[in-house]
Design a protein around this ligand. Structure first.
Ligand code: ATP
Length: 246
């Protein structure tokens, strides 16, 4: 059977402050049911790509000046982030971004604000099933939870909108290896059991290519390589430059 394409980014260019060209023609696609990794070093343009998709560049004085972004065949690049959430696409920003003064549970509930089906309670139960730690900590002020728990809150909050696709920015950042494994394990089971598709920006190539199905490698605002994760893992250049072994 042919896999359905959800997100289609075609040759986008992004310019910051009218002069700084950061994305120089990036194309990628995210199939339904997959985990797609967007890899590359610091400053390669991963975050910019995700923000271009979810239309979050404006506040950073950035704009898409060329190319197109389609979701399920519809042009979405002028939609507000909220409108995109209603279509099933939600971004989890780098650095977690919890409301520090709200409790864990209040944070999660803010993720359901676009829902109109009255199924918030079920969604919360589902999040607690995947993140039992958050259930234990549900009355705690989010600002006092650990980095790993805050990453779980950010992902859990995204889940509360019942997304079809999650754009996940650098989930491993600042976390100990064991927690990185735990978070990626949860991403994998959400993908397999709930059918959530992921576009995952990661500097940690090693872990990302173990969990993703397909990967794109960005360098200085261009895709320099893409392929099945299993193939990228065996590629000599990827091994040398991204996996730290040759
Ligand atoms: P990181 O892992 O550090 O987030 P990244 O691959 O996600 O790296 P981006 O954050 O997309 O990279 O940044 C790509 C380039 O765009 C970098 O050179 C960065 O300095 C530049 N850049 C990012 N945001 C802005 C901005 N608001 N104004 C000007 N330049 C920016």
């Amino acid at each position: 059977a042919k896999t359905e394409t959800l997100l289609e980014v075609n040759n986008i260019e992004v310019i910051y402050n009218h002069v700084i060209l950061v994305l120089k023609g990036v194309s990628l696609s995210v199939p339904k049911g997959g985990i797609t990794a967007l890899l590359g070093g610091n400053g390669a343009g991963k975050t910019t790509t995700l923000k271009a998709i979810s239309n979050l560049l404006q506040s950073e004085r950035g704009e898409v000046t060329k190319g197109s972004i389609h979701y399920r065949g519809d042009l979405v690049q002028d939609l507000s982030p909220e409108a995109l959430v209603k279509r099933g696409v939600v971004q989890v920003m780098e650095g977690r971004h919890c409301f520090e003064h709200l409790t864990v549970e209040e944070n999660l509930l803010t993720g359901a604000y676009t829902r109109t089906d009255g199924k918030t309670a079920q969604a919360l139960e589902m999040v607690y099933e995947y993140f039992p730690r958050l259930k234990t900590r549900r009355k705690s002020q989010a600002g006092y939870t650990s980095g790993g728990e805050q990453q779980m809150v950010a992902l859990g909050r995204a889940l509360m909108s019942k997304p079809e696709t999650i754009l996940l920015d650098e989930p491993s950042m600042g976390l100990a290896p064991q927690l990185v494994e735990e978070i990626f394990g949860i991403v994998k089971s959400l993908n397999e059991n709930e059918g959530v598709s992921f576009l995952l920006a990661e500097q940690n190539t090693n872990v990302a290519l173990r969990f993703a199905h397909y990967g794109y490698i960005l360098e200085s605002g261009r895709v320099v390589m893409d392929g099945k994760a299993s193939e990228l893992r065996e590629n000599p250049d990827v091994k040398e430059f991204y996996l730290g072994m040759s």
